[in-house]
Design a protein around this ligand. Structure first.
Ligand code: AMP
Length: 420
């Protein structure tokens, strides 16, 4: 038996039969980002490991157990990026963006890597698009980003999703709240699942994310909500975000138990969840992170951003039947009948391509019948069979593959025919 090599667990191939859906979404994303005047940034696939431990947080699931890290030949620990905000912030600092302008609106798109347990909607290599605004400490910028995400899902035609928002306050108050939460939950620690017991000391906010029924019940009954532990200023900030969202007619729900997994958030956080995705329902998540640029060695810069998964978006769009069948992309298929005409056919193919039409031809020297089957399979709009007679007369028959209608056209007038 041949020993075939398979793809790595949690990864997948995007085959030509599927990729048109991705391209359709990617094109729409690009045009929406440009409507909002966000500029694209591309950073490397791998970074120094400490970038992620310092930004995402030592005790988060991502850093603790999901990173693909390795030592390079210089014995430096590098990591395949598990998220993109940290990389964009690193780049922002490294290239002194702040000196160029006091505000920057950036977007990105690319693959990320996390060693999670694969399931539908959760992969080890997956794609995210996202956006960040650096340089505004005002609620308008939170709303600019939320509106951007909202517009993306709306313009893509998705119906079954909801936008959730919450606030985590600033670091000082959040840390005080974490103390209160620990104290309140300590008497119930024994009733929590093993995972929550482990998270209790180092990342207690994540107890709100646990899907275990018993943990949910204990949290519902006994956990204080962060909103009740914030300052007037933090509450006002959140009120202003909601006020502008209302003005823009953006529908949202406040989820007072939403915490998001990463350490760096401050004040507003938000998530878009699909009603079509089962347990992996988050389409996108983000929030404000006013300390991260400074924590990573830059000047203090307020910032807000979001990241969104492509695979889950595609699954949700499939479920809502938002993709048409692949449109036919091939204008003409050319079928040379024998050796003598093949060389001339190759020339004709090239000439028509250069005038802007997509053309393919037979490369396997097959029978006319087999070549016509191929033209059909390739969804060509027209086919042309070229034989000795055609070469001598300088005229060919163009067949409309839908109607079967034939038209005779001079070889040097094929372009004129196609453009009418
Ligand atoms: P996060 O960076 O964890 O906030 O994730 C942002 C978005 O990326 C999520 O809402 C998902 O849509 C997507 N995502 C996160 N992890 C994965 C994964 N392992 N596989 C596929 N999509 C993911």
């Amino acid at each position: 038996m041949k020993n075939k090599i398979k793809s790595v667990k949690g990864t997948y191939d995007l085959l030509p039969s599927e990729i048109y859906k991705w391209q359709e979404v990617e094109n729409k994303l690009r045009s929406i980002f440009s409507l909002y005047n966000f500029l694209e940034i591309r950073t490397p696939i791998f970074e120094k490991s400490k970038l992620f431990s310092r930004s995402v947080g030592e005790f988060t699931d991502i850093v603790n157990k999901e990173m693909y890290s390795f030592l390079d030949k210089g014995k430096e620990s590098l990591t395949l990026r598990p998220e993109l905000t940290a990389s964009v912030v690193r780049s922002y600092i490294e290239h002194n963006f702040q000196q160029i302008s006091s505000i920057h609106k950036l977007w990105y798109y690319g693959p990320l890597f996390r060693q999670e347990k694969p399931q539908s909607g959760r992969y080890r290599q997956f794609y995210q698009f996202g956006a960040e605004i650096f340089g505004s400490a005002y609620p308008e910028s939170d709303v600019e980003l939320i509106d951007l995400a909202y517009t993306i899902y709306t313009k893509l035609g998705l119906k079954k999703w909801t936008l959730y928002i919450n606030t985590l306050g600033k670091k000082e108050n959040r840390n005080k709240y974490i103390g209160v939460l620990k104290e309140s939950m300590l008497p119930y620690k024994d009733q929590l699942c093993k995972n929550c017991k482990n998270r209790f000391d180092k990342n207690i906010l994540r107890l709100f994310d646990c899907k275990n029924r018993q943990c949910k019940k204990v949290m519902n009954e006994h956990a204080p909500l962060i909103i009740n532990h914030l300052s007037v200023e933090e509450k006002d900030y959140f009120e202003e975000v909601k006020f502008i969202l209302d003005k823009l007619n953006i529908k949202y729900e406040v989820d007072p138990t939403m915490v998001r997994g990463l350490d760096y958030y401050t004040n507003t956080i938000f998530e878009v969840r699909s009603e079509n995705l089962g347990s992996q329902d988050a389409l996108c998540g983000g929030g404000r992170y006013d300390n991260l640029v400074e924590d990573l060695g830059g000047n203090s810069t307020p910032a807000v951003g979001f990241a969104a998964g492509m695979e889950r978006l595609l699954i949700a769009m499939e479920k809502e039947k938002l993709f048409k069948n692949e449109s036919d992309k091939l204008d003409i298929f050319i079928a040379p009948m024998n050796e003598n005409v093949r060389k001339k056919a190759i020339q004709i193919v090239k000439e028509i391509r250069y005038s802007g039409y997509s053309v393919d031809m037979d490369f396997q020297r097959r029978s006319v019948k087999a070549m016509m089957r191929e033209a059909n399979r390739k969804n060509a709009k027209y086919s042309i069979v070229i034989g000795e007679n055609e070469l001598q007369s300088g005229e060919i028959n163009i067949k409309n593959m839908d109607s079967g209608k034939m038209e005779t056209v001079k070889i040097d007038k094929i372009n004129d025919f196609l453009s009418t």
